[in-house]
Ligand binder design. Structure first.
Ligand SMILES: [Zn+2]
Length: 331
């Protein structure tokens, strides 16, 4: 047996091994239990040959260990370079979300009324005709009762056309005094245009107590409008008609674009229409079992999209219902 050749062949096989698996195979062949070297070492009887073979074994084991170390370092280098993190590369921009403009206004409204000690309600959107119309003293012939104006689910059930049913729910729910604001979605069969959409958000305030007057309504609306639009705003009332209030008034807030001088936004009137309001009609009190001689109250309803539109000077409400983030990011 040419042990010099055996050694050099084994060393070459270690050096040629490109992976740890190949190195293990080469090790088994040269130094494994069944290798020629190990077999010869087991069978050797003469001391000199034994020392020679053992020296070869030691050199080969050293060469194997050295090569094993090289391959481990190469492995590590490769993994490190794969995971390399270049701190000088500019990062990807992480998009930061924001609240929808309608939600921003809703939260501002909630904060304002909480500050006034009002309870906040979120009532059902599917409502009975009884609560949406009858108990709010809508006349049987009122145009809102038409299926052309209102979404009927069946003869007795509608998608609420305003948040006003909350007035009935709150008055039936507990005895006065009541100070509540109801916030949520309402539905009407409106054609879509710059200022109309079949779904909209409304907030509806109701106060029932002893001795409430129009002055309380006006003071409350003034406070709320200033919270929504700025401390310099003024409020005025125009008489109107709503089934569930008497007297009924439409509140206007002074135009913030022109300061009341008159401009395109306010159609040169200096005032912006904000919704409906009035003193709770005695028939509504009777419908919920309250004595109108004892109790008085005021109510108001304002469109949240309208508020959002005016706060941001939006000509259109349609972007508020658009899933296009480019439109919404402007606010
Ligand atoms: Zn104006």
């Amino acid at each position: 047996m040419d042990w010099e050749k055996y050694e050099s062949t084994a060393l070459d096989s270690f050096a040629d091994a490109g992976t740890r698996e190949e190195l293990t195979t080469a090790h088994t062949a040269a130094l494994g239990r069944k290798s020629e070297l190990k077999t010869a070492l087991r069978e050797v009887r003469d001391r000199r040959t034994g020392m020679t073979l053992n020296a070869i074994r030691v050199r080969l084991e050293e060469a194997f260990t050295a090569r094993e170390g090289e391959l481990e370092r190469a492995d590590l280098d490769e993994r490190l370079s794969d995971d390399a993190f270049d701190v000088t590369v500019p990062g990807d921009e992480i998009p930061v979300g924001q609240l929808h403009p309608t939600t921003q206004v809703r939260r501002l409204i909630e904060d304002t009324f909480l500050g006034l000690g009002y309870e906040i309600r979120y009532d059902r959107e599917v409502e009975t005709v009884e609560y949406n119309f009858d108990k709010l003293a809508f006349e049987p012939t009122h145009p809102s009762r038409s299926p052309r104006a209102t979404f009927f689910l069946d003869d007795d059930t509608v998608l609420r056309t305003e948040t006003s049913p909350s007035q009935i729910h709150s008055m039936e729910g507990k005895p006065p005094p009541i100070y509540m604001v109801s916030i949520g979605r309402c539905y009407r069969r409106d054609a879509i245009d710059a200022t109309h959409y079949p779904i909209f958000h409304q907030f509806e305030g109701l106060a029932v107590d002893r001795g409430l007057t129009l002055a309380d309504l006006k003071g409350t609306l003034l406070h709320v409008m200033r919270a929504l639009f700025g401390e310099d705003r003024r409020v005025r009332f125009r008489t109107h008609f709503f089934p569930f209030t008497e007297p009924s008034m439409e509140p206007d807030v002074s135009c913030g674009v022109c300061g009341g001088e008159g401009c395109r936004t306010c159609r040169y009137s200096g005032w912006l229409e904000m919704g409906g309001s009035g003193m709770v009609d005695s028939r509504v009190f009777q419908n919920v079992g309250l004595d109108p001689e004892q109790w008085s109250g005021f109510a108001f309803g304002v469109g949240i999209e309208r508020v959002t539109q005016l706060r941001h000077g939006m000509a259109e409400i349609r972007p508020l219902w658009s899933p296009d983030l480019r439109a919404l990011r402007q606010f």
